[in-house]
Design a protein around this ligand. Sequence first.
Ligand code: FES
Length: 87
Amino acid sequence: MGQFCNQGGRAEPLYELLREQLGERLPAWMAKGESGDLRWESASCLSMCGGGPNAVIYPEDVAYNHLDKSTLEAIINALKAGEDLPK
Ligand code: FES
């Protein structure tokens, strides 16, 4: 949700999709728990500003750049199903 990733509000549909699919975001210290539940937080900057909108999936430590709604839906569906993350 940083100034470059959310230029013109382009990250807001992604934020809404996360909220719809996974519930309200959590503060970072809660989102990084070890429970195995899907949790999310928003970042002000991931230091990949030229590739935004960006997302990083943990604990896999996989980054997605130029993220759009269909890719984010595929990521969420894969995580919920316990399947491999989309390329
Ligand atoms: S503003 Fe998104 S990575 Fe920097």
